[in-house]
Design a protein around this ligand. Structure first.
Ligand code: NAP
Length: 254
């Protein structure tokens, strides 16, 4: 059972330079976590996320790594644990979409990148986190939260079926890994956001998509990054000590 004290734990949040990841870093700091802020390309934004955590009285470092590259992920985990200490939490948040398209318009390179970042990246990071946290490997336990998507269930036809398929893989991975490590002090859950107001929608070709979608959301508004972050940080925390293998939808009722 994961009964570790909340204060003093160390969490790695991938893709934490902006959006849901940056909000998760801040929210985790408020709840007593020291935070490793992983980022892809935006060093300045990652530094701002680090400073936001530090302003809340917690330790933080920024570490650049492409989560789809195994060597970079191994270096990321080594750096985090050398700089901050033993890992207690992983948020597999880094993710990408691509331009709105039909499947018969998508090239193979797009599919490969979509799966490499959204699926392979989460798998490699989770594997390294299990090695660091599982009691089977001498760790003290911990929690993993993966980012699924509301797109996984309807499959996002004529939008991005590739992205939806990748997030469907995350759902299955969450259930399987959770059951695999359930007796080893590691809980594994996912958060399934609906339509959230972040910059990700620009990459699908419509920066205003979140607000334009309001009428199909029962609450008639997109969610905020912080509303998703609160669910993530709850699942990371000992308050969720008996929750594992769960996919928690945060979607305003959609
Ligand atoms: P976002 O605003 O576009 O931010 C994406 C973050 O991921 C950035 O920090 C980016 O870093 C990082 N990133 C991208 N590729 C990376 C890579 N290969 N390696 C490391 N970091 C990488 O996205 P978001 O809306 O916050 O989404 C966060 C997660 O929630 C994603 O998994 C997404 O699929 C999921 N989600 C979002 C929504 C939504 O409506 N926003 C809905 C459902 C699910 P740099 O900027 O530094 O490159």
């Amino acid at each position: 059972m994961n009964t570790k004290p909340l204060q003093g734990d160390i969490a790695l949040v991938t893709g934490a330079s902006r959006g849901i990841g940056a909000a998760t870093a801040r929210r985790a700091a408020r709840e007593g976590w020291d935070v490793a802020v992983n980022y892809g390309r935006q060093a300045e934004a990652a530094q701002a996320a680090v400073e936001a955590v530090q302003a809340l009285g917690r330790r933080a470092i920024a570490v650049q790594a492409d989560v789809s590259d195994e060597a970079q992920v191994l270096a990321l985990f080594a750096r985090v644990q050398q700089s901050l200490g033993p890992l207690g939490g992983l948020v597999n948040n880094a993710g990408i979409v691509a331009m709105k398209a039909r499947v018969d318009e998508m090239d193979t390179a797009r599919w490969q990148r979509m799966l490499a970042v959204n699926v392979l990246g989460s798998w490699i990071c989770a594997r390294e986190a299990v090695k660091a946290m599982s009691t089977r490997h001498g760790g003290a336990g911990g929690a993993i939260v993966n980012l699924s998507s509301g797109a996984a269930t309807p499959g996002a036809p004529a939008m991005y079926v590739d992205y939806a398929s990748a997030k469907g893989a995350i759902d299955a991975f969450t259930l399987g890994l959770a059951r695999e490590v359930a007796t080893e002090g590691v809980r594994v859950n996912a958060v399934r956001p609906g339509i959230i107001d972040t910059e990700i929608h620009t990459d699908s070709g419509d920066a205003q998509r979140a607000f334009k979608s309001a009428e199909v959301i029962p609450m008639r508004r997109p969610g905020t990054a912080d509303e998703v972050a609160q669910a993530i940080v709850w699942l990371l925390s000992p308050a969720a000590s008996y929750v594992t293998g769960e996919v928690l939808t945060v979607s305003g009722g959609r």
